[in-house]
Design a protein around this ligand. Structure first.
Ligand SMILES: Cc1cc2nc3c(=O)[nH]c(=O)nc-3n(C[C@H](O)[C@H](O)[C@H](O)COP(=O)(O)OP(=O)(O)OC[C@H]3O[C@@H](n4cnc5c(N)ncnc54)[C@H](O)[C@@H]3O)c2cc1C
Length: 386
């Protein structure tokens, strides 16, 4: 009976930042690959309009050069297809990009895989029965339930989706004191200029901080940051406790802040051009795999024999007071992410990548950035299908 089921070499759960590089790599290696995404669109957080900076792409040493931390990998390939530019922000090197362009790059990379890669959106895995030779997976798709056979599974869902469909892996909750703030964003377009964009930016931020001090806005809005997205639009990012806010209340707060900004602007030439409908989490349940990447591994820049890829982004931990940055304290400013931290069970060929990697909360606060998610996705797919 099971022999008649459609068979795939590799199933990737989540068509996001780590998942797409994973699925593309798997298909390029000749493995018949299925990528499954619960949303209607692909791209995950990297294609969300709150993002503008790919972190963990370049080495963060003191040189003036933008050297790739994982040269020759899919991260470098993705960057070569975008039209953004490298920048240094607070001594950290980033690649400034447009999320729309990245979605197009992702799409064309997936299309180029032809029939080797099947993409299912608005779909989820509901059950995985693991066996040593293959797994029997039940999928919920818009066309109804479907059962397939797969050889290897890579969880890149960002939330540990395997937890709900496979009982072989243990997960732990992040203690409340180590939970990071989540993020939501909105865009304000200026329709008619009376000042420069930078002076609007300073003025609006000072209005927000003052309102937070007076108690007219919640305390957490003091952590709001703002950058210019293009010549007429400002991108505001709020950092909010995920224990208190949800998608709806966070979006309502964005609207309230915009009203306060408007009330303090004499010219009324402002447009709320975009409000995200999601409060994005920086962290989630931690899966237990073959190796737990530790805070010390990151801080000391530990090197591993079974290195999958390298990280350069420091620990960037958003607590309720501020963003705490702890640098990598060795010469090259890099740490290894070993295959063990991306391997949930070698015996059953269950893997993970992206922010679902096996890491202590502080190590996750460094490893999770997008450039590193691309490289993780690629590295673990190579292992899964070899
Ligand atoms: C507020 C905030 C700001 C950030 N800022 C930056 C930044 O400036 N620069 C940077 O480099 N990084 C930043 N990051 C980090 C980075 O964006 C994420 O850590 C990274 O994108 C995570 O990639 P991922 O592939 O693990 O998850 P995602 O990109 O979220 O992809 C997961 C995908 O899986 C799908 N999915 C979930 N569950 C299921 C399921 N059951 N079945 C099928 N599909 C499922 C989701 O819909 C999604 O498409 C930020 C993160 C946050 C929260």
């Amino acid at each position: 009976m099971t022999q008649n089921l459609e068979a795939f070499d590799c199933l990737v759960i989540g068509a996001g930042t780590a998942g797409i590089p994973s699925a593309v790599t798997s298909a390029r290696y000749g493995a018949k690959t299925l990528i499954i995404e619960k949303q209607a669109t692909i791209g995950g957080l990297a294609c969300d309009l709150s993002n503008f900076a790919l972190c963990g792409v370049y080495c963060n040493d003191q040189s003036d050069f933008y050297r790739f931390v994982n040269p020759g990998t899919i991260t470098e390939e993705i960057i070569s297809k975008l039209t953004g530019k490298p920048e240094t922000i607070r001594n950290l090197k980033i690649y400034r990009y447009c999320p729309h362009d990245l979605r197009n790059v992702f799409k064309s990379m997936m299309d180029d895989c032809g029939s080797g890669l099947t993409v299912l959106t608005r779909s989820q895995v509901t059950k995985i029965t693991c066996q040593e030779t293959y797994h029997r997976c039940t999928l919920q798709t818009p066309q109804g339930e479907k059962v397939i056979r797969v050889n290897a599974v890579i969880d890149t869902s960002g939330i540990g989706a395997l937890k709900d469909c496979c009982n072989l892996i243990s997960y732990s909750k992040i203690p409340d004191e180590l939970r990071q703030m989540g993020g939501i964003c909105f865009h304000v377009s200026i329709m008619k200029f009376n000042e420069t964009l930078q002076s609007y930016r300073r003025k609006f931020l000072s209005v927000i901080y003052k309102a937070a001090e007076n108690g007219d806005l919640p305390e957490a809005t003091k952590l709001t940051s703002c950058i210019s997205l293009n010549q007429s639009t400002l991108l505001f990012k709020l950092n909010l406790p995920t224990t208190f806010y949800n998608d709806r209340t966070a979006a309502e707060l964005c609207h309230r802040i915009f009203d306060i900004i408007c009330a303090n602007d004499d010219h009324q030439q402002l447009l709320l051009s975009y409000v995200s409908d999601k409060l994005h989490y920086r962290d989630s349940l931690r899966p237990q795999g073959e190796y737990l990447l530790t805070e010390d591994d990151v801080k000391t820049g530990r090197k591993f024999v079974d290195v999958a890829m390298r990280g350069s982004w420091p620990i960037e931990f958003w607590n309720s007071q501020r963003c705490m940055i702890i640098p990598v304290g060795n010469n090259d400013g890099c740490y290894d992410i070993p295959y063990g931290a991306l391997t949930l069970s070698e015996k059953y060929r269950l893997y993970c990548a992206g922010k679902t990697l096996c890491a202590e909360p502080m190590a996750l606060a460094a490893a999770r950035v997008m450039g590193q998610c691309f490289a993780m996705g690629e590295a673990i797919a190579r292992k899964a299908v070899k």
